[in-house]
Design a protein around this ligand. Structure first.
Ligand code: MTE
Ligand code: MO
Length: 253
């Protein structure tokens, strides 16, 4: 891939090239180097801007009247694993969120456990890198509350979100740093627009990390792993799309 590749060309390319390349078990763009592409310059700038404004600044919140009547789904809308399907059939009664890795007190949370924490509801705008946005209302447990329970080990630096779905052969995963992990608008959402999180939007829970782009909003989260580095996970770029298509790890908006 040349440095003249624009984001739109990359995205168009993804649509065309993905099926063939997946069959070969290869990365979408083998040999791709983030520093060689122009498509990252926008995110690079927003990262710098966030560092100046302060990473703890809040994303804009909207009013009920602003909620999009149609919030489309994108990416996976239904994981294929037997476990997820079984859990979905029973209203996620026996589903458990594992929280482990570099934590002092690893836990398994049921949906009821997550709902027993004080909830946060926020109306925010979701921006997908593919060029669409939608405003939705999210209700869930602040990640900071769960972090109080599991207690990070001293060498924990990032949280990795392992999802139930795959893209081709690759498990969907994402990661965030501890600034975003403790950000007041970072929640594990189990509700959307006043109803339980619909299947296609990531049931039973999905991450909302409101200062970043759509692909960071991991759906179908099964496990959260605290790590000191994500360099040893996947291809080392911190997320599925970061690994296979060169998306920025810090996708600030
Ligand atoms: N597990 C998982 N999370 C995911 C995806 C996915 O395919 N699988 N797609 C991402 C992308 S690119 C976007 S834009 C949003 C879409 O969220 P929505 O389906 O609620 O609109 O989820 C993100 N999180
Ligand atoms: Mo997206």
């Amino acid at each position: 891939m040349s440095s003249r590749f624009t984001r739109r060309a990359l995205l168009t390319g993804l649509g065309l090239a993905a099926p063939a390349l997946i069959l070969g078990g290869k990365k979408l763009y083998p040999g791709w180097k983030p520093q060689e592409t122009l498509l990252n310059s926008g995110e690079w700038l927003s990262t710098k801007a966030h560092n100046l404004i302060g990473r703890n600044a809040l994303a804009r919140e909207y009013s009920v009247a602003d909620i999009s009547p149609n919030f489309r789904t994108n990416g996976s809308t239904k994981p294929k694993t037997a476990q997820w399907k079984k859990d979905a059939k029973t209203g996620f009664e026996s589903w458990r969120l594992k929280f482990d890795g570099k934590v002092k007190s690893p836990q398994e949370f049921s949906l009821a456990d997550l709902k027993s924490y004080p909830a946060r509801t926020q109306i925010t705008r979701h921006d997908c890198v593919e060029g669409w946005s939608a405003v939705g209302q999210w209700t869930g447990v602040p990640l900071a509350s769960l972090l109080d329970t599991v207690v990070l080990a001293d060498d924990a630096r990032y949280l990795v979100f392992w999802c139930a779905d795959k893209f081709g052969d690759w498990q969907y995963y994402e990661s965030i740093d501890l600034v975003d992990a403790f950000h007041p608008q970072t929640i594990l959402a189990y509700g959307m627009n006043g109803v339980p999180l619909p299947e296609g939007h990531g049931a039973p829970i999905r991450l909302r990390v409101e200062r970043q782009l759509g692909y960071k909003q991991a759906k179908f989260v099964m496990r959260i792993e605290a790590v000191s580095t994500f360099a040893t996970i996947g291809d080392g770029f911190g997320g599925l799309w970061e690994d296979i298509a060169g998306y920025e790890w810090y996708a600030g908006i």
